[in-house]
Structure formats: C-alpha cells, structure tokens
Design a protein around this ligand. Structure first.
Ligand SMILES: [Zn+2]
Length: 153
C-alpha cells in the first residue's frame, strides 16, 4: 500500500492542505456565519469558531420537489396524530365513514413519508421533472382524498 509508506501524507493532512489551497484562491463564505474564509491558513472560522472541512457537493441539487412531496404526507400524518388523540378522548365516532377515510389516508401518508425520507437519495437522483411529477401526483391524490373525506363527513 503506497499510502502507508513512510513519507506519504495521510488523507487528513492532504485534505487540510487542499482546503487551505482552496480558501487561499477562492472567496468561500463560512456556512455557519457567512464570514469570507479567503486566505485563511487553518480550519477554524475566526468569526464564529466553527471548524470547516473540505467536502464534495452537488451544485444543482434541488430539494423543492422533495419538500413538495413530503409536505402533504407530513400534514396528513399530523392529522392522523390529531385523529388518534381525539379517538383516545372521545372514542370512535359512530357511523362516520370520514373517520375511517382520514385514518387510512393518515396511515398511508405516514408510511409514505417514512419511506420517502429513507429513500430520499434515490428520489433526488431522478431527473427533476420526474421528481416534480411524482410530487404533483402525491399532492393531487392527497387533495382528492382529503376533499372526499370532508365531503363524506
Ligand atoms: Zn463562521
């Protein structure tokens, strides 16, 4: 292994050298406070005291579709929590189809939110237009199901 040979720099030392070289020639704002780190020789922000490190980033990564997809799932999941709390206090309402519709929708959306969050990198690796289409379907299905449950009540 060449990296283990005497005289070789460790990855940590090399990454710090690359970081120092990067901030020497680039305007790089501190992610925590916005201070311009240009020309710094260490790895600590002099303004806020946070350490910074060299990382790989994706400049065109967009979280909008993921948030748009997660938002209705989390909103209806929150409704499920409210519904469960009301059921504990007042019991299951009699002859109320809307109750079961909200319950099923809430359960499906809670599972969907967890699955989407766990598989978020697969979602984010899809083309953005496909992500938006999936988000549109999730929003549309939830809106229709929600309105249908309201109409049934
Ligand atoms: Zn800072």
């Amino acid at each position: 292994m060449q990296a283990a040979l005497a005289g070789e720099t460790s990855p940590d030392v090399r990454n710090r050298e690359l970081l120092t070289e990067f901030v020497r020639i680039n305007d790089a704002p501190c992610v925590a406070c916005g201070y311009n780190l240009r020309n710094l020789t260490g790895d600590v922000c002099p303004e806020c005291g946070n350490r910074f490190a060299l990382r790989v980033g994706v400049p065109n990564l967009r979280f909008g579709p993921l948030v748009a997809c997660l938002a209705p799932l989390l909103m209806v999941s929150g409704l499920l929590v409210f519904l469960i709390a009301m059921t504990i206090d007042f019991g299951v309402p009699s002859n109320a189809m809307w109750y079961w519709a909200f319950l099923v929708q809430g359960l499906v959306d809670a599972v969907g939110a967890v699955l989407l969050y766990r598989r978020r990198w697969a979602y984010l690796s899809m083309p953005v237009d496909v992500q938006w289409r999936v988000a549109g379907v999730v929003i549309g299905v939830n809106a229709v199901a929600f309105v249908t449950a309201i109409v049934m009540s």
